[in-house]
Design a binder for this molecule. Sequence first.
Ligand code: SF4
Length: 694
Amino acid sequence: MSNSRSEATHTHCPYCALQCGMTLTPATGYIPLEVAPRTDFPVNAGALCGKGWSAASLLRPEVRLTTPLVRDGDQLVPTSWDTALDRIAAGIQKVQDHHGRDAVAVFGGGGLTNEKAYSLGKFARTVLRTSQIDYNGRFCMSAAAAANNAAFGMDRGLPFPLEDVARTDCLILVGSNLGETMPPALRYLSELVDNGGTLITVDPRRTRTTERATLHLSPRPGTDAALALGLLHLVIVEGLVDEEFVARRTTGFPAARAAALAYWPERVEEITGVPVPLMRQVVARFTSAPTGMVLTARGSEQHASGVATVHAWINFCLATGKAGRRYCGYGCLTGQGNGQGGREHGQKSDQLPGYRRIDDPAARVHVAAVWGVDPDTIPGPGRPAYQLLDSLGRDGGPRALLVFGSNPVVSAPRASHIQQRLRALDLLVVADVVLSETAELADVVLPVTQWAEEDGTTTNLEGRVLLRRRAINPPDGVRSDLEVLAELAKRLDSPVPFATDPAEVFQELRRASAGGIADYSGITYARLARGEQLFWPVPSEDHPGTPRVFEERFATPDGRARFIPVTHLGPAEAPDAEYPLLLTTGRVLAQYQSGAQTRRVPQLVEAAPSAFVELHPHLAERHGVTDGTLVRLVSRRGEMTAPARLSTRIRPDTVFAPFHWPGQQRANNLTNPALDPVSSMPEFKVCAVRLEVP
Ligand code: SF4
């Protein structure tokens, strides 16, 4: 591997949505770059977690792909780029000739840069002309995104900078374990508490995040909506509604009020297990605080009623007047590195760049003009992620799939079933940095550049657009995703050109997003390189960006936030005699998402070598299980086996398993693909299981 650059490169972490600033300098050891945290980037201000510190380990040639591979019987064998690309183009052509354009599907990822996500969406709509494109962010952000759009007219995960979180007077943090997922963000919670603020956490488990809380609520998994409705009920009956704010800045309160009145405290205690006095304390603290926020994350959102749950929390914020002003509001904590930007520029099944809707005629005309195609040739909305994966190889479903930067074999719900669907394809192509479990099934594997080997922008969880810089040349034999798309476009007689230079793609993205909700038209690489902190929307080059989006008005047509009345539906699957326990899944500090990258980093493997099943000692005793006993969890969809880890931090009726590992340790063998009717978010966070000792 050669490194043509000698100077320090200021860039950002390849992993989570905090996008910590880091500096890379050439190193002489077997890892080619040294990582140091940046103190000048305000979000992490000199801190990194272990994943960030060890990120350069993935640049080692021995752990990453460096040559294209093609299937030869049971084997993947090295081949040339031309052979690999020709085989893909011929396969696509054949499938589309026989089965139509929608027989070829595309699956993207929330880790792709904005430029890659944009080009992937354009490639699907203009070259393949397939409607069948979605991405793994559907499994991450779709519930909060749908609720944000409905309530506020805009889905920017945090409508304010993280620094505001430290300055609010009362924060309710729901279903987030920041201490494991993005530890540098813990400082905002510590600052809040040090400033005299109140931190209230809601999580069925006690974690290193909940340790900092003033109050901790531990509801049964899948009952957060009932809890939020119960809190709103108390606000109403105790006369604590901010009537002036509700009248001036919102619509729809009467229906939300009527819905909440059905959730009296004792009923909610019965549903959630949260004692009534604790609920009263939460309401007293939140309503008496001058400012307050509610932040949700996957624990609250990854449910078949995830959108309703988020609406319940938004309604609570609106009724108490804690929205639309400084240090107040609802926000969701995005997970993947470019989870925010990745859902703005067109790799979602229903979306065009700039967060435009694909079924909006004006949006189609605008984007078609940028692409240079007839608007009528742009397909309509396709299947959302799980439905797309579930339809693979079936009658009427896609027969070929191109996967970019995603590992659904580990990360999809009911994963063993999805693995079977992938095996049923005529053609599976995976472009990735490493040989992931999904790549192992592929007919063609393409080795692509990563993070420190390419330029590109990402958008962090605050809507802050960032420039990642190339610090090192990629190994020989590796190409960028943009080059892959351009080469395939050429082979498939694309009607439009595809740029391979990220800066050039970004220029096009700017034009495509202009006038959209996520307007990037005023952002340039030069502004980002100068260190300007630009939060979208940035509608012109002299616009300073919009760190706080709702202080004047909400983004709805009338400028008012909308109450959406909801009820508590509960988990799609309840415990019964056969499956008496609840399983909730989540993350650990040293691993990231499907683990495809972090399971290849020695320091992280040492810190977190395998999955485990966390259970309460009372439950363990009933099963004769001690710490380290190998246990099997079984659900209606499959099973996993891992060592037991006893902890009083979890409810005795619930077990927890992290989802970063494949094979027998794959927690997603068990998870329930029951889908939210609005967002198609699967119910990752709760399903019924039984525990066995093999
Ligand atoms: Fe990277 Fe997230 Fe860790 Fe920061 S918190 S170093 S962005 S993984």
